[in-house]
Design a protein around this ligand. Structure first.
Ligand SMILES: [Zn+2]
Length: 128
C-alpha cells in the first residue's frame, strides 16, 4: 500500500513543476528548506513542515551529457542530466535538459528554468 499523503505531495510537486515552480518544505523545527518530495527533514529528521512554492529558476551546478535519450524522449538527440541550484533558496535539484550535445552548450552557471515534469524522469528543464 502506498501512503496517500505522499502521493498527494508528489502530485502537488508535479503540478507546481508544470507551472515552472518548485514546491518545497520548510522544517518547522530547524528551518531547513528542501524539496517537497523529501518526507523527513534532512537535518533534524523532523516531519513538521510549511509547504512553500518558489520560482523554478536556478543555475547549473554540474551536469553529465548523455547521447542516448531515455524512454519517452526518443525525438531528443542528446541531453544533459543537470544538477541546478534554485536562485531563491540555494536548494539543489536535478532535472532533464534536452538538446545539449557538448559541454560548451551548457557552461556551469547557465540559467535554467523548470518547464514541466516527466513521470519517469522527473523535472524537465529549459536553458534560458
Ligand atoms: Zn529540521
Amino acid at each position: 500500500m502506498k501512503n496517500p499523503k505522499s502521493i498527494s505531495v508528489r502530485q502537488k510537486f508535479i503540478a507546481s513543476a508544470k507551472n515552472s515552480k518548485i514546491l518545497t518544505r520548510k522544517c518547522k523545527d530547524c528551518s531547513t528548506i528542501m524539496l517537497a518530495t523529501i518526507l523527513y527533514c534532512e537535518k533534524c529528521h523532523g516531519k513538521n513542515f510549511n509547504i512553500i512554492e518558489y520560482p523554478g529558476s536556478g543555475y547549473v551546478t554540474t551536469f553529465t551529457i548523455h547521447t542516448v535519450p531515455p524512454e519517452g524522449f526518443e525525438d531528443v538527440d542528446s541531453y544533459a542530466w543537470v544538477v541546478f541550484t534554485l536562485d531563491d533558496i540555494l536548494v539543489r535539484a536535478s532535472g532533464f535538459l534536452p538538446n545539449i550535445k557538448k559541454p560548451s552548450d551548457l557552461p556551469i552557471g547557465s540559467k535554467v528554468n523548470v518547464q514541466g515534469f516527466d513521470e519517469k524522469h522527473g523535472l524537465v528543464l529549459k536553458k534560458l
